[in-house]
Structures are given as C-alpha cells and as structure tokens.
Write a protein that binds this ligand. Structure first.
Ligand SMILES: [Zn+2]
Length: 292
C-alpha cells in the first residue's frame, strides 16, 4: 500500500530564503549548511525532477519512487548566488518563481519593513496614522514582535498602504542604504541558460483574493510577458502569492491562470501531486520526513 502511494505522488518542496547568515528573527529561511545537507539527502535518496519532467511523468503515469520537485519563491538574489551553485554541484533541477516588478530591486515591502526594524534605534514606533497604535521598540524582542505583527497585518492590506507605511518609516529615519536583494534580468537569464526553470509569481505579488479579478489578470499577463522577453522562451508555470487555496485564491483565479496561458499553478497548501491533482492548484510542502 505504502509503495503504491509513493509511486503515484510527487512532493513539491517550497523554499523561500537560503541565507548565508540567517538571523532568525529577521528572516524566515534556512542557513546554507542545512540547505546543503538537505539537498545531499535528496540526491541520495530521492528522484528530483524538473517540473517539465514531473509533468511528463504525470501525463504518462510513470511517476518514479520518491519523486520530488524543488521550487523557490520570490526571486531573491541568494537563490542565484547560493542555492543554484549547490543545486548545480549536485545536478538537481529546480524552478524559481519570480514577481517581475521586483527584478533587480531592494525587495518587496516586507523586505523593506525588515530593514527598517533591523536598523530602528528609537524607543517607539508611532503608526497611529496607519494602525491606530504606537509600538514599543526599545529591545530586540519588542522589535521582533512589531515586525511579526506588522508583517501579518500588512500582508492582507492594499499595496497602497503597504508602500505608504514603508515610505513613512524610511522618510522618518536615516537608514543605511539597502543592498539589492532580488535577482537581476541577467541572473534570471543565466539560470534559464543553466537549465533551471523560471516561472511567474505575478508582477507585484498581491494576494489574489485581496484584489479585483481584473488586477489578477493584469498581474498574470504582465509578469508572463516580462519573463518571456527576458528569457526569450515560453513561461508555463505560476505560483500564487501567499498561496493558500480557498483563502488567498479561488476557482475564479484558476480560470484566469489558465486563460493567461499557464499550464501548472502552485499553491502553498500542503499536499502531494498526483495524476488526479488539479493542475491549477498543485499543493506543495515545506518538509519531508527524511529531513528529520
Ligand atoms: Zn511570494
């Protein structure tokens, strides 16, 4: 019975950040050493497929035992600088989902919020204009709580508010200049030329359920167009921002994804890919039991 399940499913692993210096409260991500260790386990004990290969296996009902696909969301620079060199050494394929408005930039609103809280030196943070609240920021633990709180709240706010709040923080303080955090066009092209898959993760990374269907359509079409121009190749795969099925996106969004010309779309809901899986809402996982 167990064998049957293995033969008919593919685990899609989802990664965000792979950090040289993980600072646990600032970034959610894993350190390089742990990442290397896990990739070596995959190399030894699993069959790591590209999405194209996984798709072929699904279509022909030839899924190998212990099949895994690696995916990375958000287009961070360390995906190019760190993760792909580990993957190339081990000859492991992977797919990178890119929010195209942030290509080559210092990051999304959440990255700027992290930077602001990291360099915040005042004892309080007055956000009454946005949140009707003034936060204590004297200790590192307080700043950590503020960051977690604001991230959770802002995630579901309109982009206008996310950007305004971040601008407010940066205008009020003289933070050190932010370094580039996202891969450039040149780096994306290099990944594509090395055989890695590049997919879309929208243009500006909105949670689909929080914006209009028309905006979703624009996000899907614009990001596809931009990536195809950079890569000079078709882009067929998509990952929903935040990605919880029936919360962050619904059936109507899946129809738009298909209409925009994507063949597969990935959620962050937990599960495995089977021949019966809806290809416009493929579940993923953060973890395999073999890593424990
Ligand atoms: Zn994302």
């Amino acid at each position: 019975m167990i064998n049957t399940i293995w033969k008919k499913s593919i685990s899609i692993l989802l990664y965000h950040r792979v950090l040289v210096n993980p600072q646990h409260w600032l970034h959610q991500g894993m350190g390089v050493a742990q990442f290397v260790e896990r990739m070596k386990i995959l190399k030894k004990r699993y069959c790591t497929l590209s999405i194209d290969e996984a798709r072929h296996c699904l279509e022909h009902n030839t899924i190998p035992n212990r099949a895994v696909v690696l995916t990375f969301d958000d287009g961070y620079l360390e995906h190019f600088q760190v993760a792909t060199s580990v993957l190339s050494d081990l000859n492991l394929p992977a797919c990178f989902f890119i929010p195209t408005d942030y290509i080559g930039s210092t990051g999304m609103w959440s990255d700027k919020l992290v930077w602001a809280l990291k360099h915040w030196e005042l004892p309080s943070l007055d956000l009454r204009e946005f949140y009707q609240s003034c936060f204590h920021t004297k200790t590192e633990i307080q700043r950590q709580r503020v960051l977690e709180y604001l991230k959770k709240w802002l995630k579901y706010q309109p982009k206008k508010i996310q950007d305004a709040l971040v601008t407010h923080l940066f205008q009020a303080h003289d933070f050190p200049e932010m370094p580039r955090q996202m891969m450039s066009e040149k780096e994306l092209l290099a990944l594509h030329q090395q055989g890695f898959t590049i997919g879309s993760h929208t243009h500006t990374h909105p949670i689909f359920s929080q914006v209009t269907l028309q905006q979703c359509q624009q996000e899907l079409v614009t990001s596809k167009k931009i990536l195809e121009k950079i890569l000079n190749a078709p882009v067929r795969y998509f990952a929903y921002p935040n990605g919880i099925q029936n919360k962050d996106f619904e059936d109507a969004h899946q129809i738009l994804v298909k209409k925009a010309g994507y063949d597969f779309a990935f959620s962050t809901s937990h599960g495995k890919l089977k021949t019966s899986t809806n290809q416009l809402a493929c579940p993923r996982t953060h973890y395999l039991s073999v890593f424990s």
